[in-house]
Design a protein around this ligand. Structure first.
Ligand code: NAD
Length: 399
């Protein structure tokens, strides 16, 4: 089994794959489509980060490819539908930087409540401004979290540990952690919160979620943070609310339009406003998160390569089945149509194969069934399964 890992993937990912018997080749940077097409034959596992596009053309040129690991959070750079059509599993690391984002939010809430960045800038400019005016503790203050998913709910726990009172609003039913209280509507949250932090996902309906109307409903002199998606906030309306003094400060880590590479210029209507912290989308960027991403995605790739597990795959049906020593395993990705499982099992039955274990899962137009048998799976049996019209991909793991 051979893995090609691009874009400087963390050594922990390389170590874990090597430990599982995978031959690993690394490339420091990203590859363009032509380079990828040239490198993919003979590669079973591909590891990328955000700068390599795995296009239809690249997938067409990769008959040996079993899985793509996105060693990052997003998977927009991968043609997921084509990968699924080819039975190529795609994995990413959705939780690895959750804690990193939460810690930055907490740091920024405290920094805003103490006007830390302005004090720091003044000191560097040689100005000694010792005053408690406008500076607050966060203990006892009310935090409103919009979006109570992985990040929002973890923020809730850490904020309560600091003595904050937490309210949250989520469009989905979410279990309240600790003493956090659920708001039935966004307006209800805006009425009570002195600090509002956004942690919603990037679904299209969330564009412009926060504009002049929402800022007007926030309590006077409250703080506002967005470390989720740039499109969610109208920055012109935020600027007006800050300049009018209605909001006392804001922290923005994400922008509707962001430079593609470090070193490129950046402009924002929020530049130069006091008590506004601007960071270049670094909420999840820590060494710990990178290491965890390396570990998480490499484990997913290794488990898929060696046992066919697709738990947390972003494009294939999710199946996990413990690997039993001495059993052979047939991994069958197929079109999800009536009778397909019966046809697979008829082929197995006709060949005198006894099924020791079988797990099926479906996702949209695809199904994935893992079948365990005792003894070797003969090549002609594998061919008969491969020849079924519904078969997308067949792989056999010897026991
Ligand atoms: N700044 C960074 O570096 C960084 C790093 C990681 C994640 N993120 C972003 O943070 C956000 C949250 O990540 P997560 O892992 O917690 O995602 P998640 O999917 O676990 O949680 C999102 C939550 O928002 C809720 N939601 C969606 N739309 C809503 C709305 N209009 N009102 C209220 N609730 C709504 C969902 O029901 C869900 O519970 C994502 O947008 C992600 O891209 C940013």
């Amino acid at each position: 089994m051979k893995a090609l890992l691009l874009e400087n993937i963390h050594p922990e990912g390389i170590r874990l794959l090597t430990e599982r018997g995978v031959e690993v080749e690394t490339v420091v940077g990203a590859l363009d489509e032509a380079e990828l097409v040239a490198r993919l034959p003979g590669v079973q596992l591909l590891g990328i980060r955000s700068k390599t596009n795995v296009t239809r053309a690249a997938l067409d040129a990769a008959p040996d490819l079993l899985a793509v690991g996105a060693f990052c959070i997003g998977t927009n750079q991968i043609d997921l539908a084509t990968a699924a059509e080819r039975g190529v599993a795609v994995f990413n690391a959705p939780f690895s930087n959750t804690r990193s984002v939460v810690e930055l939010v907490i740091a920024e809430i405290i920094a805003l409540a103490r006007h830390l960045t302005d004090k720091n800038a003044a000191m560097h400019a040689g100005v000694w401004d010792k005053s408690a005016k406008g500076a607050h503790e966060v203990r006892g203050r009310t935090l409103g979290i919009v979006g109570y998913g992985n990040i929002g709910s973890q923020l809730s726990v850490v904020a309560e540990a600091l003595g904050m009172t937490v309210y949250y609003y989520d469009v989905a039913d979410k279990l309240a952690l600790g003493n956090a209280q659920r708001c039935a509507t966004l307006d209800e949250l805006l009425e009570v919160a002195e600090t509002v932090s956004l942690h919603v996902d990037g679904r299209p309906g969330n564009a412009g979620l926060f504009g002049a109307e929402q800022f007007a409903k926030m309590r006077p002199r409250s703080l506002f943070l967005n470390l989720c998606r740039g499109i969610v906030v109208d920055h012109d309306a935020l600027r007006d609310s800050l300049l009018s003094g209605h909001l006392a400060g804001a922290a923005m880590d994400v922008f509707a339009s962001e430079p593609k590479a470090s070193g490129e210029g950046f402009t924002s209507v929020l530049q130069g406003i006091p008590n506004v912290i601007l960071t270049p989308h670094v909420g999840g960027s820590t060494q710990e998160a990178q290491e965890d991403i390396g570990r998480y995605v490499a484990t997913k790739l290794g488990d898929y390569a060696n046992g066919g597990a697709t738990s947390m795959s972003v494009n294939l049906p999710q199946v996990v089945a413990a690997v039993e020593p001495g059993r052979s395993r047939i991994l069958h990705v197929h079109r999800n149509v009536p009778g397909v499982l019966a046809r697979v099992n008829t082929v197995l039955g006709d060949a005198g194969v006894n099924i020791e274990g079988q797990t099926l899962s479906t996702r949209g137009e695809l199904g994935y069934v893992i079948t365990d048998t005792v003894g070797p799976v003969r090549p002609e049996l594998a061919e008969r399964l491969r020849d079924l019209p519904e078969t997308v991909r067949l792989r056999v793991l010897a026991g």
